[in-house]
Design a binder for this molecule. Structure first.
Ligand code: ADP
Ligand code: MG
Length: 403
């Protein structure tokens, strides 16, 4: 990895422009905005603490919601400044404007170690438009730039990418560095066997990842709704399961590609099927599937079955590197959560490098209590997928090279 890290910078007395991902879920109760999950803020604390301890003046930039380039009080970051202050145990200033005289004056009054949050970057059309003039105005407020917003690194916006051209040094923060280490570094030459577990709702979301990882993986374990598009490709009855009819040919192509490359591509051998999608449903096992007998007519497959769980567990136990993207069933509903729970437990038990990418998979792993028993949970949904697809993230490309 050749990008400059925040650990390489001399920081004492420097005005550091820090881009973070504070796009947290909120809920308004009795007119007061409450943050319902502060994971993203928590994840930025190591970099914030590092900067403060090194004596930097930390100017934090973030976006929140989709105000579409206009000032909209509904999307103010002010409540986030208060929450951050609570987490840091230190005052956090808030500038109601993101550029110009207001923040400039506040910054001129900062002491080393102080933190100031600027108002929502997306109140300016120049943010998402990656407008050079806006990027330059932001850059004028600081001495160096640090990007820790991995979750926004797949977007070329003014505060995630454009700004880097107008500062002498642009470095990755500690979270960004960790994301790149696991989703890129560890997978460049993975310890083998390298097992990739893919699930989720749509095969179309994951085609890029399947193709890119086909060059690297020894074994794919497929689950989730995407499995049933592959069933259709193999002529296995799918009942009322979710199938992407326009992706069946692509599924055939992928199966042929795996065969040609000698990559093992495992599909569920059995499933749970239901006639009702609800928290009180009682799904039944399908038994082993074949072109003669698959998912029952009028029934929908909602999870992998017990025999598949056993086989996938064995594959995971023998792996040295495991990457997981996409739940293998409708884990949000207890009766359909078994498979996803079992996969999470298998990863937690394994001595392999275990990496979880994908918003819902990370939610599942944490919900089942295994969050700290795996090597790494990515904070980026879209960004992690694009990185796994082998794409260059604009927010990373813009950073300075380490020399
Ligand atoms: P991630 O966010 O981890 O990348 P996805 O967004 O691709 O995962 O998919 C997650 C969704 O897939 C979950 O909401 C889950 O309910 C759904 N899903 C998993 N298996 C099935 C299935 N058999 N049928 C319908 N939906 C499914
Ligand atoms: Mg998702």
């Amino acid at each position: 990895m050749s990008k400059l890290s925040v650990r390489d910078l001399s920081l004492s007395g420097k005005r550091v422009l820090l881009r973070v991902d504070f796009n947290v879920p909120t809920e308004v109760r009795e007119g007061v905005t409450h943050i319902t999950d502060d994971t993203r803020i928590q994840e930025s604390l190591p970099t914030l603490q590092h900067l403060r301890a090194a004596g930097a003046k930390v100017i934090v930039m973030a976006h929140f919601g989709r105000p579409k380039g206009e000032v909209n009080p509904k999307y103010t970051l002010h409540p986030v400044a208060q929450h951050l202050s609570h987490l840091l145990g230190a005052a956090v200033g808030f500038s109601p404007e993101s550029t110009g005289a207001v923040p400039a004056k506040m910054i001129s009054e900062m002491h080393n170690g102080d933190v100031l949050l600027l108002e929502n970057m997306r109140f300016h059309a120049g943010e998402e438009g990656n407008d050079a003039a806006f990027a330059k105005e932001l850059a004028a407020l600081g001495d160096v730039y640090v990007n820790d917003a991995f979750g926004a690194a797949h977007r070329a916006h003014a505060s995630t990418a454009g700004i880097a051209a107008f500062v002498p040094q642009a470095a990755m923060g500690l979270l960004m560095e960790k994301e790149l280490q696991y989703l890129h570094g560890e997978l460049r030459e993975p310890a083998r066997p390298f097992v990739v577990i893919l699930g989720g709702s749509k095969v179309s979301d994951k085609i890029g990842v399947i193709k890119a990882l086909m060059e690297k993986a020894n074994t794919f374990l497929i689950g989730g709704a995407m499995a049933y598009t592959f069933f259709r490709a193999l002529g296995i009855p799918t009942g009322k399961s979710r199938v992407e009819a326009d992706k069946v040919d692509l599924a055939k192509e992928i199966l042929a590609l795996a065969e040609a490359k000698g990559v093992r591509f495992l599909l569920p051998v059995d499933n749970l099927e239901t006639q009702e999608i609800s928290a009180t449903a009682q799904p039944r096992p399908t038994g082993l599937v074949s072109p003669e007998k698959g998912i029952s007519e009028d029934w929908e497959a909602v999870d992998i079955g017990p025999e598949t769980i056993a086989r996938y567990r064995a594959e995971i136990a023998g792996a040295k590197t495991v990457l997981w993207n996409g739940p293998v069933g409708i884990f949000e509903l207890e009766p359909f959560a078994n498979g996803t729970k079992a996969i999470a437990a298998a990863l937690a038990d394994s001595d392999a490098v275990t990496i979880i990418g994908g918003g819902d998979s990370v939610t599942a792993v944490k919900q089942f209590g295994y969050g700290d028993k795996v090597s790494f949970c990515s904070t980026g949904g879209g960004a992690s997928l694009e990185l796994l697809e082998g794409k260059v993230l604009p927010g990373v490309a813009a950073l300075s090279e380490k020399i």
